[in-house]
Design a protein around this ligand. Structure first.
Ligand code: CAP
Ligand code: MG
Ligand code: MG
Length: 513
């Protein structure tokens, strides 16, 4: 009981802190006061520093890193961004009404030292019916191209519970996949078939079979694999089904394949989904992969709404153009991941926190992973509660607490908790990097997919899969990897081979010390 009260207190304190931060909003700061005086008539309509209780449920809240152009100060630029990303344009227009002004976004806080601006959006400006692309068109649409800024990056967003209820959120989740595979207490172990492209349908299926009989759970198409003339879609699906049946029979374990359904148009996407659904797969044995950045949010939401009983796998190829830390324009991995959950992706790639080959810091990638996995989680600036949590409801607080430990998923929508979205961890990983990643992540509630990390194994795919399984076993049994490798050849070969990579060298040495 005491623990729950502490938790309730913590949640409320967090809220109070946010309020305090909003109140503080350094509007008393004389520098900010001077800036307010520089605002023109139009800009004044898009600034309300010290906005009363920004978390009152009316607003979607945002924090941007903003570098103004030479002509504007940060508050003027913030006002121009708030205008262009809500109701305004570059001049005040005669057609404004009292009502339209109520829909103005409001810059309500600035941090002049860090070039941060907080902007509140009356969330009723967004398209009804839970449309995620519409929000992004507002928040990171025209504004990324405006002359008024030399840098604009959306770092974090906060959705009020009243708004969350209008968005789908995930339907088929990692919990459902765990149940289907009967895999608990460890990551789902996966691969991406390599070479990325160029195998024929039967060669492709052979590699799937080798991974599955080597002990792997989950295989995905690589993100550009589609319906190429050397590997026709229907044939690939048919052969994968045969390979899966053979592997299930041989191993006695269920398997999953994630098919890329990204297509030139929605009709073709649905046709590809139907090819898979009519190929005889068991429900749960297939997922739909969508290149969410290049195929777009409408494709993600179409799949979520058409196929609530399928794992929707959001591959984020192209996200680097918006998220790389050195890019002053765009949005953070955290923001991308939060919107993927809102749109109903069952899982999204969230990066390897610097352990693998892709750019990304532990703070950035792990914050994103936690924000899509948990019912409540701390972002870079906001604490997001993905559901209505009446503090008095002790049962729910207990559930929040358990969910906090990732054991329970809220599926009783009377509590209006948005289901979890699962982090998919991939990119330059190999069996020796599984443990270092789990230690950074802090839990095993994710899917990991290793491409080269499996198929570059000196013994080939099957042994690469077995090495991954052995690395996971060593972790679960709390046995040192090198120790475990003494009696597990595939793992020993993997350590020897992958030690050429600096990440592996670092991981292996860390174990030794
Ligand atoms: C990984 C991968 C994934 C990236 C995506 C690739 O292959 O298939 O698409 O991991 O990156 O094509 O690189 P490897 P992220 O395992 O051979 O690296 O997960 O960061 O979005
Ligand atoms: Mg790939
Ligand atoms: Mg990988």
């Amino acid at each position: 009981m005491r623990h729950i009260c502490l938790l309730i207190k913590k949640v409320n304190d967090m809220k109070h802190d946010t309020k305090k931060v909003v109140k503080k909003s350094n509007i008393n700061n004389s520098e900010v006061k001077k800036l307010v005086k520089t605002l023109n008539e139009k800009q004044k309509n898009y600034v309300q520093l010290g906005l009363k209780d920004a978390q009152n449920g009316e607003y979607l809240l945002t924090v941007f890193h903003l570098i103004p152009s030479k002509k504007l100060n940060v508050l003027q630029a913030a006002a121009e961004i708030a205008a262009e990303s809500s109701t305004g344009t570059n001049f005040p227009v005669k057609t404004e009404t009292a009502f339209s002004r109520e829909l103005n976004a409001l810059a309500y806080q600035v941090d002049l030292k860090k070039n941060l601006v907080w902007i509140a959006y009356p969330w009723r400006i967004f398209d009804r019916g839970g449309n995620v692309q519409n929000i992004l068109t507002f928040l990171v649409g025209n504004v990324l191209g405006m002359k008024e800024v030399n840098g604009l990056k959306l770092l974090d967003v906060w959705f009020p519970s009243s708004m969350l209820e209008h968005y789908d959120g995930p339907s088929y989740t990692l919990e459902d996949m765990r149940k289907y595979l009967n895999v608990y207490g460890r990551p789902i172990l996966g691969t991406i078939i390599k070479p990325k492209i160029g195998l024929t349908a039967s060669e492709y299926a052979e590699v799937c079979y080798d991974f599955w009989v080597g002990g792997g759970d989950f295989v995905k198409n690589d993100e550009p694999q589609a319906d190429q003339d050397f590997c026709r879609y229907e044939q690939m699906v048919k052969y994968v089904k045969e390979a899966m049946d053979k592997a299930v029979k041989k191993t006695g374990n269920k398997k999953v394949h994630s098919f890329n359904v990204s297509s030139p148009d929605f009709d073709t996407m649905i046709k590809r989904c139907e090819i898979i659904r009519n190929a005889g797969f068991e429900k749960g044995s297939y997922a739909f992969l969508i290149d969410g950045i290049t195929a777009g949010w409408m494709a993600v939401q179409t799949l979520r709404r058409r196929y609530p009983e399928v794992f929707i796998h959001f591959h984020r190829a192209g996200h680097g153009g918006f998220t790389r830390p050195e890019n002053p324009f765009g949005f953070s991995v955290l923001v991308l991941s939060k919107f993927a959950r809102l749109a109903g992706a069952s899982g999204i790639h969230t990066g390897t926190a610097g352990v693998g080959k892709m750019k990304g810091s532990p703070k950035e990638d792990i914050t994103a992973a936690n924000n899509i996995l948990k019912l409540k989680s701390q972002g870079h600036f906001f604490q997001q509660i993905w559901g209505q949590i009446p503090a008095k409801d002790e049962d729910l607080m207990k559930l929040v607490n358990e969910d906090y430990a990732n054991h329970v998923i809220l599926d009783d929508d009377s509590w209006r908790g948005m289901k979890k979205c699962c982090p998919i961890i991939s990119g330059g990983l190999n069996p020796t990097l599984l443990k270092p990643f789990i230690e950074v992540m802090g839990n095993v509630d994710f899917i990991t997919t290793m491409g080269a990390g499996c198929h570059a194994h000196p013994g080939g795919t099957k042994q690469g899969a077995t090495a991954l399984v052995q690395a996971c076993e060593a972790y679960m049994k709390k046995i040192d990897l090198q120790e475990y490798a003494k009696t597990h050849k595939e793992l020993a070969d993997a350590i020897k081979f992958f030690s050429k990579s600096k990440e592996t060298e670092k991981a292996v040495n860390a174990e030794k010390n």
